[in-house]
Design a protein around this ligand. Structure first.
Ligand code: AHR
Length: 491
């Protein structure tokens, strides 16, 4: 038994970029998953798979982060421009030592963004690159005047500059991006950020590489030393079965204890966002600087028989719940969280799309993004949830997780997750004076905790119309099935 009380209409907008994604040169994300090349038999537009373009357009990806990840701090962008035959091959040292032929570079990424209607978010190389290299990348993409970089861009077939807003100054610089201390990175950040210029009307939103998980010291130091030179500060957190990295857990073969652990670890994002935000509030009470969760999602053992460095995992109803929980948390914290990027778009970690040759499937996580897209740029409606617990082996977590918004057409959308794998939950949703006459709903659920889509059976888990509610005066009574994600629309 739970109560959801919709409170007064709030002023904050849920930044659509909370529904962002992340695509790295890792495993089969870019190559095969997105880029097949212009001569491929797989239908493509300028080398980019048409099926993937269409699927990504459907979920309205607002922003896409690229080229990494750890790859970003090994990437030298000039290797990825110009005629393909002249682009040097390199070794992708971080992800399996495979050969990277640099066929997917700046022009191809920006074309992808155009095709799917997303804004680009480029992560620069601070770890092993130079200030000059980073400065020139921004100039190459955005400058419209006379300069060597503009000439180079024109020579490579693009006369107009692109619009580029989001630029990351390094990635995980406490680890793969240079193993720096917060104090050292803060100084380096200031140096690199100095040369990231705004050319013409193009205004760059500089994102500082942020903390790993609960490294609050990192956030404190960056805010203290470099806040005047940043518009965003990131954090990264992955949901796993255990805090112990040697316990990876299968993506598809798990018991209730592992289900519970994953739900509990997904909910931990609430504490992380709250505590990092509190530090930011002390230095930036006006909330000018965004908290950018530019890597999140599940991380399980790779699919048996696949390259361990490629991080290819299946995606089940459990991942869908994790996605719903995160997106609800980000919505509810939209006063500070301005962007979030699920890792990663295709074939890597909590992917929304999996491919096998010419075949493509949409994962349960994909469907959550499709159902939740109604929240993009809508106004947050704050709510309080009074829930019963889901208890297992003496540990308890809330059964219900939710958020709500009101869109431009005054439709109210409420997204609710029931985390219990076996028990339905009766919810009374108190709607007070909200004005609506019709309620409709969609649900994502399945019979088994590990239900997932395969290339043979691509539609085992997909949204269905939801009728398990009754509209009463001032409230909606909802019979929320076990292990489900529901989005209700009140209009
Ligand atoms: O998403 C996979 C990797 O996880 C990224 O490259 C890195 O930034 C993080 O550690």
């Amino acid at each position: 038994m739970a109560n959801i009380v919709l409170n007064a209409r709030k002023k904050e907008k849920i930044n659509k970029n909370i529904y962002g994604h992340f695509a790295e040169h890792l495993g089969r994300c870019i190559y095969e998953g997105i880029w097949v090349g212009k001569d491929s038999a797989i239908p493509n537009t300028d080398g980019i798979r048409n099926d993937v373009i269409e699927a990504l357009r459907e979920i309205k990806i607002p922003v896409l982060r690229w080229p990494g990840g750890c790859f970003a701090d090994t990437y030298h962008w000039m290797d990825g421009i110009g005629p393909y035959e002249q682009r040097p091959s390199m070794i992708n040292t971080h992800w399996g030592g495979v050969v990277e032929n640099n066929h997917f570079g700046t022009h191809e990424f920006l074309r992808l963004c155009e095709l799917i209607g997303a804004e680009p978010y480029i992560c620069g190389n601070l770890g092993s690159g130079t200030v000059q290299e980073m400065q020139q990348w921004v100039e190459y993409i955005t400058f419209d005047g006379t300069s060597p970089m503009t000439e180079l861009r024109k020579k490579n077939g693009r006369s107009e500059p692109w619009k580029l807003t989001y630029f990351g100054v390094g990635n995980e610089n406490w680890g793969c991006g240079g193993n720096m201390r917060a104090e050292y990175y803060a100084d380096e950040y200031r140096r690199y950020a100095t040369y990231i210029r705004n050319y013409g009307d193009n205004k760059i939103y500089r994102i500082a590489g942020g903390a790993s998980v609960d490294d609050y010291h990192w956030t404190e130091v960056l805010m203290r030393e470099a806040r005047h030179m940043m518009e965003g500060l990131s954090i990264h957190y992955y949901t796993r079965v255990s805090k112990d990295w040697s316990v990876q857990g299968s993506a598809t073969d798990f018991n209730e204890n592992e289900w519970f652990a994953v739900m509990q670890n997904a909910l931990y994002m609430e504490e992380l966002v709250t505590r990092h935000s509190h530090i930011m509030d002390r230095y930036d009470p006006e909330k000018r600087i965004g908290l950018i969760v530019d890597e999140w999602g599940t991380w399980f053992a790779v699919e048996p028989g696949t390259n361990p460095a490629f991080l290819y995992q299946q995606n089940t109803l459990r991942d869908a719940l994790v996605a719903g929980i995160h997106l609800n948390i980000f919505n509810n914290h939209c006063d500070r969280v301005r962007m979030a990027n699920l890792a990663q778009t295709v074939n890597v970690l909590q992917a929304v799309i999996l491919t096998e040759g010419e075949k493509m499937i949409k994962t349960p996580t994909y469907h959550v993004f499709e159902m939740f897209k109604v929240h993009q740029d809508a106004e947050l409606v704050s709510l309080s949830v009074d829930f019963s617990d889901y208890t297992l082996d003496g540990q308890s977590i809330p059964r219900i997780n939710a958020s709500a918004s009101i869109d431009k057409e005054s439709k109210i959308h409420i997204s609710i997750c029931n985390l219990h794998p076996a028990e339905d939950e009766f919810i009374t949703c108190h709607t007070a004076n909200m004005d609506f006459s019709k309620v409709s709903g969609r649900i994502l659920t399945a019979g088994e905790m590990n239900a997932h889509n395969t290339f043979e059976n691509p539609s085992s888990v997909k949204p269905e119309p939801f009728y398990g509610f009754r509209q009463e005066k001032g409230r909606i009574d909802i019979e929320m099935p076990a292990k489900s994600v529901v989005v209700l629309t009140l209009e």
